[in-house]
Design a protein around this ligand. Structure first.
Ligand code: NI
Length: 178
């Protein structure tokens, strides 16, 4: 397992919709291993393939019960509302309170091709929605209200000026990044 470089906002790969995984290969499993290593090193709770420059529909995550990989995920149902301060490994040093559905039903397959069906709530539901966004080329800055978006534009200009190489160590408090 070797960590890969995490792509940062401004990189066009983060803005392109990823394509369905059509074959569960050894290469894909090795990439997932590398992504888990990358996620742990960052550290973060989840990481989607486009964040390491791969336009395939899968993500890895670990909410404290060991790493999981979900391939070709879709959200079947979502319900409720939940406000949560969301941060992203690809948007270093920044976070915003974002309202999203509180519970979701996520389906997909794992790396062995087994069906996955998860009724997720709160943080787990948030993580899945955030990673699914990555697969659609959507970033958390797309979910901001007007006031948040104004602050975000200023912060992102400063981020761009500081250069992405120095942003890896940007402080994020105790925030768990998605
Ligand atoms: Ni993210």
């Amino acid at each position: 397992m070797s960590p890969r470089e995490i792509r940062i906002i401004g990189d066009p790969v983060l803005r392109k919709p990823a394509t369905e995984v059509t074959e569960l290969t050894g290469a894909l499993a090795r990439l997932a291993d590398d992504m888990v290593a990358t996620m742990y090193e960052a550290p973060g709770l989840g990481l989607a393939a486009p964040q390491v420059g791969v336009q395939k529909r899968f993500f890895v995550y670990d909410l404290g019960e060991g790493p999981g990989t979900i391939v070709n995920p879709t959200i079947r149902e979502s319900d409720g509302e939940w406000l949560f301060e969301e941060g992203c490994l690809s948007v270093p040093g920044l976070s915003w309170e974002i309202l999203r559905p509180k519970t979701i039903h996520l389906v997909g397959i794992d790396l062995n091709g087994n069906d996955v069906s998860i009724e997720a709530d709160e943080l787990e539901a948030r993580l899945f929605q955030h990673e699914l966004d990555h697969l659609d080329g959507v970033l958390l800055v797309d979910h901001l209200d007007e006031g948040q978006a104004r602050d975000a534009r200023r912060a992102l200009r400063e981020l761009a000026l500081s250069g992405s190489s120095s942003t890896r160590s940007a402080p994020n408090g105790g925030l768990r990044l998605l």
